[in-house]
Design a protein around this ligand. Structure first.
Ligand code: PLP
Length: 385
C-alpha cells in the first residue's frame, strides 16, 4: 500500500555506518534506520548471534518457557531497576501494553473510565490507541473515532499536568517521551520528569515513559530517565533493542508490575528466541563498548561544532540534542534537504517539518562523525533558504 512517500533509492548492503545502493553508491547513514541500527549495519556480533540462533531455534510461542526471553528480562530489569517485562514486536505494541497496564491498574482501584495524560507533539505509534495518544493531528485524521481516554497537555508543562489531575479524578497515568523525537527533538527542562514523578506519587498515578527512541544508550545513558534521577513505573523500548530485529518491550515495577495476569495480554511472536538473542547480543555490545558514555561525549562535541558553524546562520533557529539524538531547527520548512543530502552522500531525516534530525549509530567512528558534521554544515549553508 502507498503508506510511504519513499525516496527513489534502495539499499542492498550495509557495513557499519555505510549503506550501498544497487549501483554500489555509498551513503553515510546518519539516522541508522530511524534510531534502530544503533550498532551499525551488518554488525558482526549481532549477525553471529542471529545466525547461531536461527540454526538452533527461531520460535516456539509463549505457550512454553523461553530461556533466552527470561535472560533478556533479567538483563533489562537489572539495568533499569524494574521488576517485570512484556515482550512484543514493535514500539506501538509496547505502548499498547503500557496503556493496557494503566487501564487495568485503574479498574483495580474502581476507576471505570480511566484517562491518561499525554503530550502535544508526542508520537507513540500508529495503532488506534497509540495514534490516539499521539499529539499529531495529521496521523489521526481519517481514523476517527479515536480511542478515548487521553487528556492532552502541552509538553514540558508540569503545571498543566497538575491542573489536569486536580480537575479530573479519572486520570490514572502520565505517558510522555523523555525527549520528543518525531515531535522535533524537544528536550524538556531538567526537572520535568522528577516533577511528573512527584505528581504521580501524590495522586497514585503511574508515570509511564516512552523510551522507544531515547532508549539503549542513544541520549548518553542506557535509558534517558537516568538523566533525571527518578524511575518510571512503566517504560517502553523497541527500535534499537535488537539492532534491527523487530522487538518491543514494556517494563514495569512495583504496583504496575503485576497488573497484567495470565490471559490479559499476549503476542504470538513477542520475545521469541531469535529476537531475544539479538537483543542480548546488542546489550552486551552497548555495555562492553561503553556506548552510552561515548554517545554523551560525541553528542556534546557535535553540538559544539554545529553551534560554532551554524548558530549565527540566519536560517537556523535552534540547535539542540542529547547524546546522539540531535536536531537542527531551521526557520522554515526544510523537508527538501533530505533529497539534497543524498547528493552529498549522506542520509538525514527532517521531522516536524523543519527540524533536521540526526540519529547516527552509537559506534560511528570519529572520522565518520566529522564527515557527517562537515557535510551537514555544507547542506545547511547551501540549502537553507
Ligand atoms: N514511540 C516513539 C517515541 C517512537 O519514536 C516510535 C517510532 O518512531 C514509536 C513509538 C512507534 O514505534 P513502532 O514504529 O516500532 O511501532
Amino acid at each position: 500500500m502507498s503508506t510511504y512517500n519513499r525516496l527513489p533509492i534502495g539499499f542492498v548492503k550495509g557495513e557499519g555506518s555505510w549503506l550501498a545502493d544497487e549501483q554500489g553508491n555509498k551513503y553515510l547513514d546518519c539516522i541508522s534506520g530511524l534510531a534502530v541500527c544503533g550498532l551499525g549495519h551488518a554488525n558482526k556480533n549481532i549477525a553471529h548471534a542471529i545466525a547461531r540462533q536461527a540454526q538452533e531455534l527461531i520460535h516456539t510461542s509463549n505457550l512454553y518457557r523461553i530461556p533466552a526471553q527470561e535472560r533478556l528480562a533479567d538483563k533489562l530489569c537489572g539495568l533499569a531497576g524494574m521488576d517485570k517485562v512484556f515482550f512484543s514486536n514493535s514500539g506501538a505494541e509496547a505502548n499498547e501494553t503500557a496503556i493496557k497496564i494503566a487501564r487495568k491498574f485503574a479498574h483495580g482501584s474502581n476507576i471505570d473510565r480511566p484517562e491518561i495524560i499525554v503530550a502535544e507533539n508526542s508520537f507513540h505509534g500508529r495503532t488506534l490507541a497509540t495514534l490516539s495518544a499521539s499529539g499529531n493531528r495529521k496521523i489521526q485524521e481519517g481514523f476517527e473515532p479515536l480511542v478515548s481516554g487521553f487528556v492532552r497537555v502541552p509538553y514540558n508543562d508540569v503545571k498543566a499536568v497538575a491542573r489536569a489531575c486536580k480537575s479530573n479524578s479519572n486520570i490514572v497515568a502520565v505517558l510522555v517521551e523523555p525527549i520528543q523525537g518525531e515531535g522535533g527533538i524537544n528536550i524538556p527542562n531538567s526537572g520535568y520528569l522528577a516533577d511528573l514523578r512527584g505528581i504521580c506519587d501524590e495522586n497514585n498515578m503511574l508515570l509511564m515513559l516512552d523510551e522507544i527512541q531515547t532508549g539503549m544508550g542513544r541520549t548518553g545513558k542506557m535509558f534517558a530517565f537516568e538523566h533525571s534521577g527518578i524511575k518510571p513505573d512503566v517504560f517502553t523500548l523497541a527500535k534499537s533493542l535488537a539492532n534491527g530485529v523487530p522487538i518491543g518491550a514494556c517494563l514495569a515495577r512495583g504496583k504496575a508490575a503485576d497488573v497484567l495476569q495470565a490471559g490479559n495480554h499476549g503476542s504470538t511472536f513477542g520475545g521469541n528466541p531469535l529476537a531475544c538473542h539479538a537483543a542480548l547480543a546488542s546489550i552486551e555490545e552497548i555495555i562492553f563498548g561503553d556506548l552510552p558514555g561515548k554517545a554523551a561525549v560525541s553528542g556534546n562535541k557535535l553540538l559544539e561544532v554545529f553551534n560554532h558553524k551554524l548558530a549565527s546562520h540566519r536560517h537556523v533557529k535552534s540547535i539542540r540534542g542529547m547524546g546522539l539524538m540531535l536536531g537542527i531547527e531551521l526557520e522554515t520548512d526544510c523537508t527538501e534537504l533530505v533529497v539534497k543530502a543524498l547528493e552529498f552522500g549522506i542520509l538525514i531525516n527532517v521531522t516536524a517539518g523543519r527540524v533536521i534530525r540526526l540519529l547516527p549509530a552509537l559506534n560511528m567512528s570519529e572520522d565518520e562523525k566529522n564527515l557527517m558534521a562537515d557535510k551537514l554544515i555544507d547542506i545547511v549553508l547551501q540549502g537553507g533558504k
